[in-house]
Ligand binder design. Structure first.
Ligand SMILES: [Zn+2]
Length: 381
């Protein structure tokens, strides 16, 4: 039995957000979000621990019936560790009443969302994996043995490409360069395998789950082709990582797509949530569910959060632009956007995010990009 974690103190922006009055489930336990009925399946919230600074992920279970079989649809999986598997076993033993997992839907390919898909789907994919094409193929690519072999066999393998990418953006310390090289195999350690076949989810596709119709709302910028799931009848949005109440979603530029504009893609994508009602109960992958039918007038839900996110990124872009009145590399802009102590893992994400902000300004024509002594320097125009 794990002691429940204390709820962290609210950040200033969270005072505007209405959190649903729900018990945070301890690992191995479930919190009911929607009761099942003869025609509609129940929906549950579960949590798994993560071995990162971000220490948990929320997962969802829907009581379901597929092709005449009763069981559950799992939405996202947790990372592939013995600890996560043990919590899943506890949940199966305590709550499943012998019923199977019928299918696994992964919102996207990041290790905390897809790491255990191979295990939950089963060796013969008894429970099929549902994902978008962009997420499935990218997940297969990153988890593949070939990629790990490329790292071992080639001096310019993926880890070296990443180190070069950061060096081009002003990371000069040979120590840091070596640390990036040492991160070889990080993804495949958390996602050892990906099922060999899948069922493709299309953007805007409607499908049945738990006796209700759900719709795929595609999202870009955080990952290649993220799927959020919306059920109008139940007023539920499984937002994945596209809409989080406490932290802003990570948008990073990585080595394999160095000129990408993920922040631009993200800001365009979240407008797809604008038509949803303010009292939608939002089920995010990290943090607590927010909005929902019990919301009072004083605090907000999905539209409040969308407004906060637009304002947040506008401010950060303004700060980055201000910093580039004199030419700067991303490594020089990083402390402006991240003025706190960072461990190395956080530093790599901060670099990725800083490049994302500079690429947004560059794509928008607000800064120029010039090569200077082997690194890109950005300057406000
Ligand atoms: Zn993610």
């Amino acid at each position: 039995m794990t002691a429940p974690r204390p709820t962290p103190a609210l950040r200033p922006h969270e005072h505007e957000i209405h959190y649903a009055d729900l018990t945070i489930p301890a690992p191995g336990e479930l919190t009911e979000l929607q009761a099942g009925s003869h025609s509609r399946g129940g929906v549950w919230w579960l949590r798994m621990p993560l071995p990162f600074a971000l220490d948990h992920i929320n997962l969802w279970l829907v009581e379901d019936e597929v092709e005449g079989r009763r069981g559950f649809t799992a939405i996202d999986t947790g990372v592939s560790t013995p600890e996560t598997m043990a919590h899943w076993q506890t949940i199966r033993g305590s709550y499943f009443k012998g019923l199977p997992i019928l299918r696994v839907i992964c919102t996207h390919m990041h290790p905390d969302h897809m790491g255990l898909a191979y295990w939950l789907c089963g060796d013969e994919c008894e429970a099929p994996l549902w994902m978008t094409l962009g997420e499935y193929t990218t997940g297969r690519m990153f988890a593949s043995r070939c990629l790990a072999d490329e790292d071992l066999a080639q001096p310019d393998g993926p880890a070296a490409t990443m180190a070069e990418h950061f060096r081009r953006h002003g990371m000069h310390s040979p120590d840091d360069y070596q640390k990036v090289l040492n991160r070889k195999g990080h993804f495949s350690s958390l996602v050892p395998r990906v099922p060999m076949r899948y069922r493709r989810l299309m953007p805007e596709e409607a499908f049945e789950m738990g006796g209700e119709t759900w719709r795929v709302i595609p999202g870009y910028g955080h990952s290649p082709e993220h799927a959020s799931l919306y059920c109008q009848a139940s007023n539920l949005l499984i937002s994945g990582d596209m809409l989080l109440p406490r932290i802003s979603t990570n948008m990073s530029v990585w080595a394999h797509e160095p000129d990408a504009d993920p922040l631009g893609q993200y800001l365009a994508s979240i407008e797809r949530f604008s038509p949803l009602p303010e009292n939608t109960l939002v089920l995010p992958s990290h943090g607590r569910p927010f909005g929902g039918p019990e919301m009072t007038g004083a605090k907000g839900g999905i539209h409040t959060r969308l407004r906060q996110l637009r304002a947040h990124h506008e401010e950060r872009l303004a700060e980055a632009l201000e910093a580039c009145k004199a030419p700067k590399t991303c490594a020089q802009v990083l402390p402006v956007l991240f003025p706190r102590e960072l461990d190395f893992h956080q530093f790599t994400f901060a670099m990725g995010e800083t490049i994302a902000h500079m690429n947004r300004l560059w794509h928008a024509g607000r800064v120029s990009r010039v090569q200077h002594e082997g690194a890109y320097r950005f300057e406000a125009v």
